[in-house]
Design a protein around this ligand. Structure first.
Ligand code: FAD
Ligand code: SF4
Length: 443
């Protein structure tokens, strides 16, 4: 009988466990940390930031007590600087190349300083830090109110254009709202940030309006001066094993969305023995969060070696610190189902080099009350191909300005080819597309 139940820990304890993961810097700590920066000329941290934030400048602004000036510097390059401060894998971006990391293995805490500055601005002023240019009378349609769509909309609104966002769901934010681990964005931060972004004016969101379901690219390109697609990756991969529809075999992204929308975490059912399949951020997040929810044993199974995982070393360490076990070189072979519910799994050992992977024939079986599939999301390729846009491996092909093969359509974020499936990259895509659309509309 599968041991899945809610209330393994009470609500107060769960709130505390989730909140404790990332404590923000206070004013004094931020000041001390800012003094560690060398304010490098040609700073490598800036080059490593996908949105090219002027990091030494904002850290200097913090060091002289101008936290709101620092926030403005950050938001100028990245309007989601608050969320990115919480979710960016800084250990593989700006902090990895910080000269203090290179010299002494202890980078300046750029992400935490960024959070200090942007939180300070949002807490101390209601006024939006940017003003709109005079209205141009041009109208742009944006599909999806995730990081890419919102970033594009904000920059277009700043240039004086009117933006309508068509969003399939009843709530904005995309994966910032429904995907990012709850402990990274506490206190409804995703919605607060959306409200902040919309504060510029000139942006309308139409909820429950989906491309492919009442909204078509033909209509949008006829009715609007330009269109931006930021619809993310709406599908998920399957294991392809018998029994995948059994109770307890769950898509990790769906469960995380449920977790993110829950107002009482103690009501979420969680297994005693949890198995997670995958090697990326989603696998790490579902594993760490089910452990925080009170699961006894949580094990990630990954088909290659740790060094091949999409999740960084920092994220792997983070999961392990929370009591998650990571087992490598094991691929799913069979799901065990008892009375309609998952009861265990069999994995086959693998070996391989240079991208090739083969099963060795040797297997191992484990008990499981819940099996989470975290093996990747998929694009809406059929929908996009039917609209006549050129795709690359199912995702939208774009040029350096995020323009698609269609003369009036731009795209960015997870739905485009060649990206890195990170919030910060999506924000940059939206910004670059908006600048190119603005250039076209101003010609
Ligand atoms: C579980 C999980 C954890 C993650 N953790 C991190 C992290 O810690 N750090 C990090 O940098 N990145 C993380 N990512 C990746 C990051 O969330 C994405 O790269 C980013 O959200 C992509 O932004 P986007 O705007 O392209 O898409 P999304 O955030 O997916 O937003 C797309 C929007 O389009 C809407 N939409 C979809 N289809 C339609 C349609 N047909 N019509 C209209 N609207 C539509 C969706 O409802 C959604 O609002 C994580 C991803 C997942 C799944
Ligand atoms: S590389 Fe490090 S020390 Fe140099 S400017 Fe960037 S944060 Fe400061």
């Amino acid at each position: 009988m599968a041991d899945i139940k809610s209330g393994r820990l009470d609500e107060a304890r769960l709130q505390q466990r989730f909140a404790e993961v990332y404590e923000p810097l206070d004013r004094h700590e931020a000041h001390v940390e800012s003094d560690r920066c060398y304010f490098c000329y040609d700073a490598p941290c800036v080059t490593a930031c996908p949105t090219s934030i002027d990091i030494p400048l904002f850290i200097r602004e913090i060091s002289v007590g101008n936290a709101n000036g620092a926030a403005k510097t950050i938001l100028d390059a990245n309007i989601m600087g608050g969320m990115c401060a919480r979710v960016c894998p800084t250990e593989t971006l700006c902090e990895e190349v910080c000269v203090r990391e290179v010299a002494e293995g202890k980078p300046v805490k750029i992400g935490e300083l960024q959070r200090f500055a942007t939180d300070n601005l949002m807490a101390t002023t209601d006024a939006h830090p940017f003003t709109r240019a005079a209205e141009t009378g041009k109208r742009v349609a944006v599909i999806g109110a995730g990081p890419a769509g919102l970033s594009c909309a904000h920059r277009l609104a700043m240039h004086g254009h009117d933006v309508t966002i068509f969003e399939a769901l009843p709530k904005p934010g995309g994966l910032n709202e429904f995907g990012i681990a709850a402990y990274k964005a506490m206190d409804d931060f995703a919605q607060a940030e959306v409200d902040f972004i919309l504060g510029i004016g000139g942006i309308d969101i139409e909820y429950g309006k989906a491309l492919g379901n009442g909204v078509s690219l033909d209509t949008l390109t006829a009715d609007y001066d330009a269109t931006f697609i930021g619809m993310g990756l709406p599908g998920t991969n399957e294991l392809g094993l018998d029994g995948e529809d059994a109770d307890g075999c769950i898509d990790a992204v769906d469960y995380i969305a449920q977790l993110r929308q829950s107002d009482d975490l103690s009501k979420l059912p969680v297994g005693r023995n949890v198995v997670v399949i995958g090697g990326g951020m989603t696998a790490i997040d579902i594993a760490a969060q089910t452990k925080l929810l009170g699961a006894e044993n949580v094990t990630i199974f990954y088909r290659r070696g740790m060094e091949n995982m999409n999740a960084s070393q920092y994220e792997q360490d983070h999961a392990q610190k929370h009591g998650v076990t990571i087992r490598q070189w094991l691929q799913p072979k069979a799901l065990h189902v008892t009375d309609g519910a998952v009861s265990g799994m069999t994995f086959e050992y693998t070996s391989g080099t240079n991208g090739s992977l083969r099963g060795t024939g040797e297997t191992v079986s484990v008990e499981a009350d819940q099996v989470f599939k975290a093996i990747g999301q998929t694009p809406a390729s059929d929908l996009l191909a039917a609209a006549g846009i050129t795709l690359e491996r199912g995702r939208i092909a774009v040029d350096a300005n995020r323009k698609t093969s269609h003369v009036k359509i731009w795209a960015g974020g997870d739905c485009v080819a060649g990206g890195e499936d990170l919030t910060v990259v999506s924000v940059e895509d939206g910004k670059l597309a908006a600048e190119d659309i603005h250039k076209m509309l101003s010609a």
